[in-house]
Design a protein. Structure first.
Length: 280
């Protein structure tokens, strides 16, 4: 596909960190045994795929990220931090961001219990790695009128749950557009491994081809790429062939001119330094 055509399809290009042509934020959703526990399943046998994240998936991806020199944002559930605190500290010590992703990957409407669950995970992650998370992504896509006000009260500066734009924009907290919180959208249609592997039954090579097509289109256009993958077995990218897709994608992104890798936390701070540029 011609680069001039891609530019014509893209949103206007914002000013990215270090004058980059394209920012790439890699987000790793651990989705360990917390996911099964939240579904009231015993995480054994057929339901043990979340344990793969702890035993094989995350260590494998830490090696890949280190080889490419890429800092990533790891979205972690509070329950997983309770049962694998050493792994959380290893991820943090490697220079990656720890962000919040629910307590047991809640897939139901929380009602009045939501603030307590958000605070619980916030405290668990803070105590585990000695640094409070400042970013959150809904583990199920659900949000309520309580979500962002609670997160702001806890000091969060970004929400990575929305799928409604090509570039970041200021969050609306309560009824007010906030200059202290940014939405960093994620594209779960084509830059997330779950729809491809679970819903589309894609081959690893097909996922790589799709991700690289998105990379080139975004690089030629607005320049904001937010890649999401899960280091578990089953629907995720933990197993060797699928981990190799991430490896190859990062190599291709490294090859392109003007690409800047950053955590979502660093990108949020860049945006909030000039909030007027991100108003919608």
């Amino acid at each position: 596909m011609r680069e001039d055509l891609l530019r014509g399809l893209a949103a206007p290009k914002p000013v990215w960190p270090d004058g980059a042509r394209c920012v790439v934020s890699v987000t790793v959703h651990m989705d360990g045994p917390a996911l099964e526990v939240g579904r009231k399943q015993v995480p054994l046998g057929i339901h043990s795929r979340g344990r793969y994240s702890i035993k094989r998936g995350i260590p494998r991806h830490l090696d890949i990220l280190a080889r490419h020199g890429v800092p990533a944002t790891f979205f972690m559930c509070g329950y997983d931090a309770e049962i694998a605190p050493g792994l959380m500290r290893e991820v943090h010590a490697a220079g990656h961001e720890i962000a919040a992703h629910g307590y047991v990957h809640e897939g139901w409407d929380l009602g009045d219990a939501e603030p307590e669950l958000l605070e619980r995970t916030h405290n668990i992650l803070s105590d585990c790695v000695g640094e409070a998370p400042v970013g959150w992504c809904s583990p199920s896509g659900r949000k309520s009128a309580l979500t962002l006000p609670t997160l702001r009260r806890l000091g969060y500066i970004y929400d990575a749950s929305e799928k409604d734009d090509d570039t970041p924009y200021l969050a609306t907290v309560g009824d007010t557009v906030s200059d202290q919180m940014i939405v960093l959208p994620n594209n779960t249609v084509s830059l997330d491994d779950v729809p491809a592997y679970r819903e589309g039954q894609a081959l690893a090579a097909e996922v790589l081809e799709n991700w690289i097509q998105e990379l080139h289109a975004i690089h030629a256009g607005a320049g904001y790429l937010h890649l999401t993958y899960h280091p578990r077995s089953g629907f995720g990218s933990g197993i060797p062939a699928r981990a190799a897709v991430v490896d190859a994608f990062l190599a291709e992104a490294r090859r392109l001119p003007g690409v800047h890798f950053c955590t979502l936390k660093d990108l949020a701070r860049h945006c909030l330094a000039q909030p007027q540029e991100w108003a919608r």
